[in-house]
Design a protein around this ligand. Sequence first.
Ligand code: UD1
Ligand code: MG
Length: 457
Amino acid sequence: MSNRYAIILAAGQGTRMKSKLYKVLHPVCGKPMVQHVIDQVKSLNINEIVTIVGHGAEKVKEQLGDSSQYALQAEQLGTAHAVLQAEGMLADKEGVTIVVCGDTPLIKAETMEALFKHHEETNAKATILTARADDPTGYGRIVRNEEGFVEKIVEHKDATEQERMITEINTGTYCFDNKMLFEAIHNVSNDNVQGEYYLPDVIEIMKNQGEIVSAYVTETFAETLGVNDRVALAEAERTMKKRINEFHMRNGVSIIDPDNTYIGPDVKIGQDTVIFPGTMISGSTVIGSDCQLGPNSEISECEIGNNTVIRQSAAYSSKIGSEVNIGPFAHIRPDSAIHDEVKIGNFVEIKKAVFGKGSKASHLSYIGDAEVGADVNIGCGSITVNYDGKNKFLTKIEDGVFIGCNSNLVAPVTIGKGAYVAAGSTITEDVPGEALALARARQVNKEDYVGKMNVKK
Ligand code: UD1
Ligand code: MG
């Protein structure tokens, strides 16, 4: 196998998106388009990846990090001009270079691998990945001669009426003999409707030089969708969502309503987990087996064990153990660690708190900046008073503690092992282990009060 290089085109503004956000950074299933492309390219055996950046260069680099090298295209003069910016980094290398657009997020590694293979088998100097489109509007068309060989690519805007009837389109992905690419690209002119240097023109140039130019037709047009506007973005989202959901269903995950379930591309889910409608799971969330998630839950960047139930709730950047029962209407905020067999009931908010094994906060509580031990029972309406307006303080609730309903635990404070806090208490001092803390006004009953009232009628 010859050396392989990749050039990702990501310098355009994406005028047709009508957005402040640079086109290739628009997310599809929660991940920026260009990141989808890079992730697929990375799984091929590539010696060097160069991403062409321009509009939003710093943001694109921040997103992709060191998974790519970068070449700056300061002015966007077209896709051929974009490739030219990699000349200093790649032009002298022997091998095959794949060029992929950063706005084709659905392209799969296996399709690119098949393109490389076709390119090598046909001894071509350039191979275009093409597809048949029901509606080819906007795409470059593949013009073939009578024998069926590729002659050139003509852009939609430059095409004649007859050429516009062609349904075979340029997907914007190509393999080139690397050295020949950087020679031919100097001969591309901008004599066209858009006044741009078109990369597809390299095909005709090579062909006219007598080189073998080939096309690999992929069966799946949907995979090669180029996202130029928000309508295509929504279509990409639909296709990607279907792909992700089907992957999980084939792996043994039940998704009750796949059209209404949103799972990020990097999420992992164990067997026999059931996902109910309206659920969004994102980031690098890992979910165990036999869980029940949803309906209408949002889970982001969490690690969840087995047999856990999360109903109508939100959980972010937290660790949640096995056999945990959360919701309905609970909110698990970042940096929480919920251990096994915990119950977090309705209208309970947990923030940056550890919750030990078997502990419960069943109703209407706020537990923030807290360390809760094992087998603790937090009564309805109890609150950790963690904030004095300037600083946050820690509440420690040791194993086996019972917090009566409607208690305020004013931090910093520690409730010792096995202690009881009487309902309605406002605790401002540490409570020793096994003690009962009462911190509320005593009740006074004034007998016959109503009769003694001097009420004028
Ligand atoms: C391009 C192809 C078209 C193909 C289609 C597939 C050209 C001239 N046309 O059209 O044949 O059918 O993709 O989706 O190549 N870019 C730069 N610098 C530039 C211009 C563009 O980096 O100066 C990047 C863009 O950020 C984008 C990619 O190249 O990621 C493609 O550019 P775009 O403007 O989307 O081209 P299309 O009109 O879609
Ligand atoms: Mg495009």
